[in-house]
Write a protein that binds this ligand. Structure first.
Ligand SMILES: Cc1ncc(COP(=O)(O)O)c(C=O)c1O
Length: 402
C-alpha cells in the first residue's frame, strides 16, 4: 500500500521512540521488583518514584497523590466505585453525563444496581455540559460528580474548572476522566478543583496497559484490587516499572511540546474539517471550539460510517466511526445520540484524530480520497434517492440514555 495514514490517535497512539529508549533498560538489565530490598529492587523503586514525581509535577499534584493503574478503565472504576462506598453514609447520589466513556457509564450503572442513584446530565447539541444543568442536578445526597474533560468521540472540552468549583463549595468529590486530555491540554488539579483524575499512557504516545489515578490527599477511598498493599494500599500488584517509566517519559515530552503541537494540529484539523464539509449533506459533530486540537468528528447523510472506514482503509487511511470500544456493536453511538442526533444520522459518523506524524499532504490526500467514497456509497444506498430523512427522526427528547 502506497499510503499509510493513521488518523485514529484517539483510539491509541504509537509509542514515541524516545520513550521506548527510556523504557528499554527496565525490561532487561534493570528488571528488579520495586518491592525488593536488594540493589535490583532499589533501582526499580527509584525509577518508579522518579516517574511518580514527574507525573505529579505535570498536573500540579503531590507525588503521593498519584496511584499507578493498568489504564483509563481501571482508573475510572477505582475513582467511582471506591469513593462512593466509603462515603455512603453521607449520601447515595452520583452526577455524571450522558456522553461519558463506558468505563464511567457502565460503572455508574453497576452502582445503580447496588442502590446508588445517578443523574445523567444531558449535553447541548454542540456537545457541552452546562453548569446550570449541573447545579440543577445537585441534591443534599450528592456525594460524587464525574464529568469527562474532553469527549473521546467528538473532542469537545468541558468546563471542568467551573464544575469543580461548584463541587468544592458543596463538599462533593469531583472526578474527571481526562484520558483524552492528559498530555494534550494543560491540567492543574489545584486550579481546576479536581479531586480524582483518570489518565492512560497509550493515549499520549506512552505504552499500553498503564495509567494513573490522581487522588487528592485526604480523599476517602478504598482499593479495588486487593493484595500485597502496593501503591499506599490502593492498588496491589508488582509495579509495571517499564510501563510507569514510559508513561512519565511520554508525559514529559507531551507537556514540553504541547503548545507548538496543538497550534500545528489545529491548523491541519481545520483544513480537514473544511475540506470534508465541502461534501454535500455533511456536518461537524460537536462545536468547533473548545475542541481537542486533533479531533475532526464528522457526519454524512445517506452513508454508513463503517463502510466509509473500510473504504478509507483500502486507500491506506485509518479512521473510525467513533469510539474504538463500540465498533463491535450495531447500536448507534450513545455520544451522538446524546447530542440529539437521530439514529439515522448517527450511522453516518466518521472520526479522524490527528497526531504527531500527521502532515499537510496527508490531510490533502484524505480530502481528495473521501468525496468519491461518499459518492460511491450514496450511489448504492437505498436511502439516498428521494428519501426525506426527517421521516426517520424520532422524538429525540427522550434519548438521553445512561
Ligand atoms: C475518555 C476515555 N476514558 C477511558 C478510556 C479507557 O482507557 P483504557 O483504554 O486505558 O482503559 C478511554 C479509551 O478509549 C477514553 O477515551
Amino acid at each position: 500500500m502506497k499510503h499509510r495514514i493513521y488518523l485514529d490517535h484517539a483510539a491509541t497512539t504509537p509509542l514515541d521512540k524516545r520513550v521506548l529508549k527510556e523504557m528499554q533498560p527496565y525490561f532487561s538489565e534493570k528488571f528488579g521488583n520495586a518491592g525488593s530490598l536488594h540493589f535490583w529492587g532499589t533501582e526499580a523503586r527509584e525509577a518508579v518514584e522518579r516517574a511518580r514525581g514527574e507525573i505529579a509535577k505535570a498536573i500540579n499534584a503531590k507525588p503521593e497523590e498519584i496511584i499507578f493503574t493498568s489504564g483509563g478503565t481501571e482508573s475510572d472504576n477505582l475513582a467511582l466505585q471506591e469513593t462512593v462506598y466509603p462515603n455512603r453514609k453521607k449520601g447515595n447520589h452520583i452526577i455524571t453525563t450522558s456522553f461519558e466513556h463506558h468505563a464511567v457509564l457502565h460503572t455508574v450503572q453497576f452502582l445503580e444496581k447496588d442502590g446508588f442513584e445517578a443523574s445523567c446530565l444531558p449535553v447541548t447539541k454542540e456537545g457541552f455540559v452546562e453548569l446550570e444543568e449541573f447545579e440543577k442536578a445537585l441534591t443534599a445526597k450528592t456525594i460524587l460528580a464525574s464529568v469527562m474533560h474532553a469527549n473521546n468521540e467528538i473532542g469537545t472540552i468541558q468546563p471542568i474548572a467551573k464544575i469543580g468549583e461548584v463541587c468544592r463549595e458543596k463538599g462533593i468529590l469531583f472526578h474527571t476522566d481526562a484520558v483524552q486530555t492528559v498530555g494534550k491540554e494543560k491540567i492543574d488539579v489545584e486550579k481546576m478543583n479536581i479531586d480524582l483524575l483518570s489518565a492512560s499512557a497509550h493515549k499520549f504516545y506512552g505504552p499500553k496497559g498503564v495509567g494513573f489515578l490522581y487522588v487528592r490527599q485526604g480523599t476517602k477511598i478504598h482499593p479495588l484490587v486487593h493484595g500485597g498493599g502496593h501503591e499506599r494500599g490502593l492498588r496491589s500488584g508488582t509495579e509495571n516499572t517499564p510501563g510507569i517509566v514510559g508513561m512519565a517519559s511520554a508525559l514529559k515530552f507531551a507537556v514540553k511540546e504541547m503548545d507548538k503541537e496543538n497550534a500545528r494540529l489545529k491548523k491541519l484539523r481545520n483544513r480537514l474539517i473544511d475540506g470534508c464539509l465541502g461534501i454535500n449533506d455533511s456536518w461537524l459533530n460537536g462545536g468547533r471550539e473548545p475542541r481537542l486540537a486533533a479531533n475532526a468528528a464528522l457526519g454524512f447523510d445517506f452513508v454508513e460510517g463503517e463502510s466509509m472506514v473500510l473504504m478509507l482503509s483500502d486507500k491506506g487511511i485509518a479512521a473510525s466511526t467513533g469510539s474504538a470500544c463500540s465498533t463491535k456493536s450495531l447500536e448507534p453511538s450513545h455520544v451522538l445520540r446524546s447530542l440529539g442526533l437521530p439514529h439515522v444520522k448517527c450511522h453516518g459518523s466518521l472520526r479522524f484524530t490527528l497526531g504527531k506524524d500527521t502532515k499537510a499532504s496527508d490531510i490533502d490526500y484524505v480530502v481528495k480520497s473521501l468525496p468519491p467514497i461518499v459518492e460511491r456509497l450514496r450511489e448504492i444506498s437505498p436511502l439516498h434517492k428521494g428519501v426525506d430523512l426527517s421521516e426517520f427522526e424520532e422524538d429525540v427528547e427522550h434519548v438521553h440514555e445512561h
